[in-house]
Design a protein around this ligand. Structure first.
Ligand SMILES: *[C@@H]1O[C@H](CO)[C@@H](O)[C@H](O)[C@H]1NC(C)=O
Ligand SMILES: *[C@@H]1O[C@H](CO)[C@@H](O)[C@H](O)[C@H]1NC(C)=O
Length: 460
């Protein structure tokens, strides 16, 4: 049920007009990497701490118990970056000065009076809601896996935390620890000090990969499909429709301003939980076109579009499997118990290359500027894969037949490609599936054309 106070506050914002907006815009699940986590898991809108333990699916006949969690987590909701702040400023100024008074029901009066409140210094920082995103995620994971993230492990300082150096990630890693402490009923300051390590070579390895920086990031032709679609007829149709709704001349309303309006709608929802009047400019078809534009960019810049995109995350791939190898190694009863959990906080551009390397979300035909209409059923949908606080969870179990591994994405079970018969395959079968990467995926070779790097991962 929609809480009535939300309705009420929206109506006040709309200056008591007859128009009452539902609290969530109907286009909210199309915001790509700017999508709220709740759009992917709507049951959290009712209870943000609800946990469904049936997502853990180790075979009950084998008396399995979880022994380790490696979680790769994206930071929570954040402010726009400077580039987007400036685009939003330009948009609101244009509408304020050029958009004619309304007579058509597009709420231009509200948009013309909308007050710009984003500033350059907000530049991509975590917002309050973003802290909550991550804090709540930590609490749910602690309930889901109490033996790995519960009081004993938190009190003992046994949870390892690594993060990207970016401000929004540092704030997220603190929020994650806050959540764990809260769940374990430890006082946030006195009981245990928060601690984490910064590791950009692991979590922002793409920056250190010359083949990626030169071949994709700084290469205008690598994103040719994105550019073509941005100026193609689907986007142009949306641009013209929205310009007409704003009463602006088509020429003055550029594709960048169109995107700024769409992002503005997404930011107002993610940051302030508001149904912004800017959202009214878009219907669901428009939103799907803009979503596709974002997906195209992520696909060609961070995912399957170019092999080097995923290979730039070889260090993270090896790190995850080395950690799992160690945790799953046979132990005598006198040995110390393995590290219960390793939490890695990064970005959408940390998660997408790793997921691509694992072979996930690879559709038969790559998305291009020309096949929008054939891509409606695509699995590569960043709104679903990498919303704010997105997470990739590797849960290792100790079972009678040996260690087993389960993959969850955004707290939902996902099967490894090539092992699609089982939710929780034997770990040795997972390793066999990725043998070519475990034996290769050499960062130095792939990124710099030299083989001076670390040797192949031959453990187990
Ligand atoms: C928990 O998830 C299972 C599927 O994994 C579903 O069948 C069940 O209804 C869910 N239970 C609750 C209380 O949401
Ligand atoms: C730039 O990208 C294009 C298309 O992917 C590729 O053919 C070309 O080799 C790249 N250029 C560089 C310098 O890597």
């Amino acid at each position: 049920m929609v809480p009535s106070f939300l309705f009420f506050s929206v109506m006040i914002r709309c200056c008591c007009s007859a128009l009452s907006l539902p609290d969530v815009p109907n286009i909210a699940s199309h915001f790509g990497t700017k999508t709220r986590y709740e759009e992917v898991n709507p049951h959290l809108l009712r209870d943000i701490l609800s946990v469904n333990k049936s997502v853990l699916r180790a075979p009950s006949s084998e008396r399995c118990s979880p022994v380790h969690l490696t979680a790769v987590v994206r930071h929570g909701s954040r402010y726009p970056t400077v580039k987007n702040v400036r685009a939003i400023d330009k948009l609101s100024e244009l509408v304020r000065s050029q958009s004619p008074q309304d007579s058509t029901g597009w709420r231009r009066d509200i948009l013309k009076r909308w007050k710009m409140w984003y500033t350059d210094d907000m530049d991509g920082q975590l917002v309050h809601k973003g802290r909550e995103d991550v804090r709540h995620l930590a609490r749910r994971l602690s309930v889901l896996l109490p033996s790995l993230l519960g009081e004993e492990q938190v009190r003992g300082g046994r949870v390892r935390l690594l993060t990207s150096s970016k401000h929004r990630c540092i704030s997220s890693v603190e929020a994650f620890q806050e959540g764990l402490h809260q769940q374990a009923n430890l006082s946030p300051v006195s009981d245990v000090r928060y601690s984490h390590q910064v590791d950009d070579e692991l979590l922002r390895s793409f920056e250190h990969c010359r083949g990626y920086v030169e071949g994709v990031e700084n290469n205008r032709t690598a994103l040719a499909e994105v550019k073509k679609f941005k100026h193609g007829h689907e986007m142009d149709g949306v641009r013209k429709r929205v310009a007409a709704r704003l009463g602006l001349p088509e020429d003055s309303f550029t594709p960048d301003l169109l995107e700024a309006a769409f992002f503005l709608c997404s930011y107002e929802l993610a940051i302030k939980s508001e149904h912004s009047p800017w959202c009214l400019l878009f219907d669901e078809d428009d939103a799907q076109v803009l979503e596709y534009k974002s997906d195209l960019k992520q696909y060609w810049k961070r995912a399957h579009g170019h092999a080097i995109n995923s290979l730039s995350s070889c260090p993270l791939f090896h790190h995850v499997f080395r950690t799992l190898d160690k945790a799953g190694r046979p132990r005598r009863s006198t040995d110390a118990s393995p590290e219960p959990a390793s939490i890695l906080i990064g970005h959408a551009e940390t998660l997408l290359p790793l997921l691509s390397l694992l072979g996930l979300y690879k559709d038969e035909a790559p998305p291009t500027a020309d096949n929008y209409h054939r891509q409606h059923g695509r699995s590569f949908r960043t709104s679903k894969i990498v919303p704010y606080a997105a997470n990739v969870l590797f849960v290792l179990y100790d079972c009678q037949r040996g260690p087993r591994l389960q993959l969850l994405i955004n707290e939902t079970p996902v099967r490894f490609p090539g092992l699609s018969a089982e939710d929780v395959p034997l770990y040795r079968d997972v390793r066999a599936t990725y043998r070519h990467l475990l034996d290769g995926c050499d960062f130095h070779k792939e990124c710099h054309g030299t083989s001076a790097g670390r040797g192949p991962n031959t453990e187990l």
